[in-house]
Structure formats: structure tokens, C-alpha cells
Design a protein around this ligand. Structure first.
Ligand code: NAD
Length: 270
């Protein structure tokens, strides 16, 4: 049985709000207390987008917060419960001891030409870099300080293992087990010619590797982090690593494996 403080984050739609209310009443009657500021458990009810927004809200409290989600949309990669089976959560909370699964996050730092840090974010799904005016994005890519390739195209997508089933997958990246300590780089519409030559395949980097991207045209730079995007007048350098400081913890009650979720979402829902 869970003990402590909770918060329920709900997408603004009828079914999510109804389930949210029911869950809140259940948790209060089970002697947990509601504390939106400093919860031990955060329940996100909605879609993957709700999980991303909730994660972002509690970014500074990842050491103590554990997440659990009920999806009320079509897909729910971060969730074990759906509209069809959400009532099982009441039984599970009362009767079962949960497993806590930790997933790695990306850390992205951007610097301007005088070396000042202009942004420092953590990402649950992915980070993308591109030019927000729509001109071709050109950048030199370094791994551990050594020049690897020169990229020209729409941009680059750098994904966490849990984000591997999201944008990364649409770009032809590999689906990765969510607990592996690695991250993946995929190209977004790369141009390949005699001047710009890239590997062409997704790259999988280890937790000790640092990816550095130096835009050739620093102006009008955009960095997206999950569902958010940030535009900068100028960015000289972006450094991306798997975060050493932060991880995200999810509560798991059932044995529904990650690979079953992949099958159910992308191949066959039987
Ligand atoms: P959204 O909620 O409409 O999400 C877009 C889709 O991505 C939804 O179907 C959602 O279920 C799915 N999704 C999100 N995270 C996932 C994950 N980890 N695994 C599998 N599917 C996942 O839009 P939003 O709230 O702005 O979400 C932002 C996310 O949208 C980004 O993190 C990115 O992964 C995704 N996205 C995908 C594409 C693409 O596939 N071409 C393009 C842009 C953004």
C-alpha cells in the first residue's frame, strides 16, 4: 500500500477529469494526503503529452517523486493503465508492492559565442536542434570533442531510451529498452553531397559519451525539448549527454513488459 503525499495531474477533458476525481477520492480515503507542491507520488491522467507536461512540472523534485499514469487517449507509452482497465489501479495500490523503474534522461546545454550558458534542460523524450526560420540547418557534430561529421538538412533528433518510440521512431531510429543507459542520434532529412557527408544511420551513444553540435550559422537557432521549443538569436555550441544527476522514476504494478507495449501500440493490439 502506498503511503505519503500525492498529486493528481489531469488533462482537461471529461473522462480524464472523471478518473482524476475518482482516484483522488480513493487516495484520500486510503490515508494518503494531497500535496501538489511536494508529493511523493504524481498521477498523470491523459496521454503521453500529459506525462511530458507533468514530468516538466516536477523536474526539480525528481529525487523524491515517483510517477504513475493512466492514459485516456489512444497511445500511452508511459502508462500501464487505460480507460478500459483503470479501476484495477485501486486494487493494485491496496494489494500490491510496486516495482520502481528508473529511466535515464538527457541533459542539453546551449552556449552563445562568448561561452555563456544560454540554456540547460532535461528531456524525457528527445531534444531536437534546427533553424526556426526554416533555412537548412548546417552544423559540425563532435563526439567526445572529436569532429565526427558535418550535417546539413532539417536538423538532428537526440532521444532518450523512453523517447525511442516517439519522434525517434518516426525518423527510423531503433526502439530501445527504456532502462538501458544510452541515447540515440537520428538525422532529420539529411542532405548528403561532397561537402556534407553524414553517416546516415542512427547513432547510439553511451552514458559516457558527450555529443557536441556547433551550428555553422549560429543565428535563429531552435532547440526543442519534448513538447516545448525555444528560439535563440544565436547559439554557438550545444552539448548533450545522458544526465548523471537526474533520472525519472515510474511506479509499475503489473508485469506487462515494455516489449508487449511496443507490440500493442505498433504491431497488433490483441
Ligand atoms: P502529442 O501529445 O500530440 O504527441 C505526439 C504523439 O507522440 C502522440 O501520439 C503521443 O502518444 C506520442 N508519444 C509521445 N511520447 C511518446 C513515447 N515516449 N513513445 C511513443 N509515443 C509517444 O504532442 P506533444 O504533447 O507536443 O508531444 C510531444 C512529443 O511529440 C515529442 O516529445 C515527440 O516525441 C513527438 N513528436 C513526434 C513527431 C513525429 O513522430 N514526427 C514530431 C514531433 C513531435
Amino acid at each position: 500500500m502506498l503511503k505519503g503525499k500525492f498529486s493528481v495531474e489531469v488533462r482537461q477533458d471529461e473522462i480524464s477529469e472523471k478518473i482524476g476525481l475518482q482516484l483522488k477520492e480513493f487516495l484520500l480515503s486510503s490515508h494518503l494526503t494531497e500535496d501538489v507542491e511536494n508529493p511523493d507520488y504524481v498521477f498523470a491522467i491523459g496521454g503521453d503529452g500529459t506525462v511530458l507536461r507533468t514530468f516538466n512540472k516536477y523536474m526539480d523534485k525528481l529525487d523524491t517523486v515517483k510517477f504513475l499514469s493512466i492514459h485516456t487517449g489512444h497511445l500511452g507509452f508511459y502508462t500501464d493503465y487505460s480507460v478500459q482497465n483503470y479501476e484495477k489501479i485501486f486494487f493494485d495500490i491496496l494489494a500490491l508492492t510496486p516495482k520502481i523503474e528508473e529511466y535515464p534522461l538527457l541533459r542539453v546545454k546551449a552556449y552563445c559565442s562568448n561561452g555563456d550558458l544560454v540554456s540547460d534542460y532535461y528531456s524525457l523524450n528527445e531534444v531536437t536542434v534546427n533553424n526556426h526560420t526554416g533555412v537548412t540547418y548546417a552544423a559540425k557534430v563532435y563526439i567526445n570533442g572529436v569532429h565526427f561529421e558535418s550535417f546539413r538538412g532539417d536538423g538532428l533528433c537526440i532521444s532518450t531510451p523512453t523517447g525511442s518510440t516517439a519522434y525517434n521512431k518516426s525518423l527510423g531510429g531503433a526502439v530501445i529498452h527504456p532502462q538501458l543507459p544510452l541515447y540515440q542520434v537520428t538525422e532529420i532529412a539529411a542532405l548528403n553531397n561532397l561537402v556534407y557527408r553524414t553517416l546516415g544511420n542512427p547513432l547510439i551513444l553511451s552514458q559516457n559519451d558527450e555529443l557536441m553540435i556547433k551550428p555553422i550559422r549560429p543565428e535563429n537557432h531552435r532547440i526543442t525539448v519534448d513538447h516545448m521549443h525555444y528560439n535563440y538569436d544565436s547559439v554557438a555550441k550545444i552539448k548533450i549527454t545522458l544526465s548523471k544527476e537526474k533520472k525519472v522514476s515510474f511506479i509499475r504494478y503489473n508485469e506487462d513488459s515494455f516489449w508487449q507495449r511496443v507490440k500493442r501500440s505498433f504491431i497488433k493490439n490483441d
